[in-house]
Unconditional design. Structure first.
Lengths: 188, 441
């Protein structure tokens, strides 16, 4: 069987600014059944999962993802199932961040705790002001999404404290290890 | 504090918690199935490579495993996943592994109540979004992904942001042709698929007190479709009796007693006057009617009486939300002495339910009506196997989601409904109010 390898698997950190192209899905409630259809839940090879990313919604996703590491979408991105396959399939297709008006909770936690990609909450202004093919910079430290194509800047919603810490640590397990080390070596 | 806050405070060793506090809660019960289990195994392999020890679990007796999504094995990959799952449970000493073909097994959320795997007041997490179901027993029950479940299995705790609570009060008793499924579809239609996002949906009022435990399970199951972190019902004597009956049935203690409290806390007590709810919704039970959710979202609801005349290809009576014993009983009441006009599949959600349905004659009613009775499985509910939909096929289903491609082809269409509506529609071949059938009898 021919397997097309997905793109990079490393997610961006919470500190750096990353510039890339945008894939825009101008709709709400993009659910996990279209991000990775249920028939593929039996697959646990990350590269193979990536080949089926967005199969339920966009047959051109992979050609778009060659030049774009960001998805911009509407409300409630990732609603539906708890399948971690969803952020995995996107991440291993080269997606580094999803910027959406809001996220469903399990997708959000899976993206962060597994360090697959950054879920960035944006406002209506950034959502309306970003189009397919635009080049944008997501700068978490500055709290900004900059549309390099149009020259406009938008605020992004800051991460809550726990989310920021888990992202900075590189995922939940690394965060847990840090916490344990801090408990064992209290500050003098 | 309200019910969820009381449970999370107890589990995190705090005297009190408030919404938006971040806590690390000790987990009482954790569940994996044939999709999330192999997912967790993969996470274990990854983190072992980072030097994190994965040689033993925090407490294998608190972990249980179901086989449900791709069983009986759909093809060779799922067969291999089942083998990996068995290897995992034997390696880590997990005794509660419900295997198909070896007595009791079924959909994980169904096993949670049929085998009394979760107790009132528990913090219960599972590698499946519909883990919310089991909140109907008065537990904090919440679905997590593979990384989080792997973390729980190794550490016995997990972080939560304490949710705000939305309170749904049902006044009065539901009419006989209206099921819990109709109420929860109506609620999702009212608040939307992100209307409960990150929050608790708590159900109470006289209608919930009167409702069976299985009705409450249906309500909590579909809080997931409103984006909720969890659904919950205050545990009562009915909860205790339901669990005790099943504990005896599961061959444990003959005089099993279920506690509605924990460490001095009594979770059967109503929320105190100081309890805070983000929103309160009131529903008058006698005014409710059968509801369907049209493609392609559980929030696209409308009363069956206003549903369009759609020619159906199939009726599917299955899943954790629509194939408990009472669901089958309700469908059988409609199908008794009638013939189905479209393909109809009935898949009891666990072997214990299958057996009861056999002994009480429900399976005969289904077979006499012309329906096919299948084994417990998530099956076509998640588009996995066993009855998936082809292009342009239209299905009425007792399941919980109808997103594009959910039950098969991306151009198939699913209408979500109660078991009574699905059964009535099976008889006519179009979306049908159960009252129409009753009148015809």
């Amino acid at each position: 069987m021919e397997r097309r390898k997905g793109g990079g698997s490393r997610s961006m950190s919470g500190n750096g600014a990353v510039t890339s192209g945008v894939i825009k899905y101008a709709r709400d409630n993009i659910d996990t059944d279209v991000i990775i259809p249920g028939q593929y839940l039996k697959i646990h090879d990350y590269a193979e999962l990536a080949t089926h990313a967005m199969e339920g919604l966009d047959g051109d996703f992979h050609s778009k993802a060659k030049d774009a590491s960001f998805i911009v979408a509407g409300r409630n991105f990732g609603c539906g199932s708890s399948r971690e396959h969803a952020p995995i399939a996107l991440s291993h297709s080269g997606i580094k961040a999803v910027a959406a008006l809001s996220f469903a909770r399990i997708f959000y936690r899976n993206a962060v705790d597994g360090a697959f990609l950054l879920p960035i909450e944006i406002g209506e202004d950034a959502y309306e002001g970003t189009s397919e093919g635009d080049v944008v910079t997501i700068d978490v430290k500055a709290g900004q999404l900059r549309n390099e194509t149009t020259g406009k800047r938008y605020e992004i919603k800051p991460f809550s404290e726990i989310i920021g810490k888990i992202i900075d640590a590189g995922g939940l397990f690394r965060y847990g290890m840090q916490q344990k080390q801090q408990q064992q070596q209290p500050e003098s | 504090m309200n019910l969820v806050e009381r449970i999370l405070a107890r589990a995190s060793g705090k005297s009190s918690v408030s919404p938006n506090d971040v806590v690390f809660a000790k987990v009482d019960r954790a569940m994996l199935h044939d999709v999330s289990g192999p997912g967790v195994i993969k996470v274990f392999e990854r983190i072992a490579g980072q030097g994190i020890p994965t040689d033993k679990l925090w407490d294998p007796d608190r972990v249980w495993v179901a086989e449900d999504h791709f069983v009986p094995s759909a093809e060779k990959i799922s067969a291999e996943n089942i083998a990996r799952l068995s290897e995992f449970t034997s390696r880590y000493g997990i005794k509660n592994h419900f295997r198909y073909g070896m007595g009791q097994y079924g959909i994980c959320h169904t096993i949670s109540h049929e085998e009394a795997m979760v107790m009132p007041g528990d913090v219960y997490v599972g590698g499946d979004s519909h883990t919310n179901t089991t909140g109907a027993l008065g537990a904090f029950a919440c679905g997590l992904g593979h990384t989080d479940m792997a973390y729980v299995l190794l550490n016995g705790e997990i972080w939560f942001k304490v949710p705000e609570t939305m309170y749904f009060r049902l006044n009065g008793r539901l009419p006989s042709h209206v099921m819990a499924k109709d109420l929860i579809l109506r609620i999702i239609g009212d608040i939307g698929t992100d209307g409960g996002a990150y929050r608790t949906m708590q159900f109470g009022g006289t209608g919930i007190e009167e409702m069976s435990v299985e009705g409450r399970l249906t309500l909590c199951n579909m809080t997931t479709e409103a984006g909720a972190k969890n659904g919950i019902v205050r545990p009562d004597q009915k909860t205790a009796a339901y669990l005790e009956e099943r504990m005896r049935g599961a061959g444990r203690e003959a005089t099993a007693k279920v506690s509605l409290g924990r460490g001095g806390a009594d979770y059967s007590e109503p929320d105190g006057a100081d309890s805070d709810y983000a929103e309160v919704y009131e529903y008058e039970a006698p005014e409710l009617e059968p509801v369907v959710a049209e493609p392609f979202s559980p929030e696209n609801t409308r009363p069956v009486s206003e549903a369009p005349s759609v020619e159906l290809d199939k009726s599917y009576i299955g899943s954790c939300t629509g194939a408990k014993y009472e669901d089958l009983e309700a469908a059988a009441r409609v199908l008794k002495g009638r013939r189905v006009r479209i393909r109809t599949e009935v898949l009891p959600a666990a072997i214990s339910i299958y057996r009861r349905a056999m002994e009480s004659g429900l399976l005969k009613i289904f077979l006499d009506a012309g329906a096919t009775v299948g084994p417990p499985t998530c099956g076509a509910c998640c588009g996995a196997h066993m009855g998936v939909l082809g292009k342009d096929e239209v299905c009425i289903s007792t399941t919980n989601r109808n997103f594009p491609g959910r039950m098969g082809h991306v151009e198939s269409r699913t209408y979500l409904a109660s078991p009574m509506v699905a059964a009535a529609s099976a008889v006519t071949g179009r979306i049908t109010d159960p009252r129409e059938i009753a009148h015809a009898a």
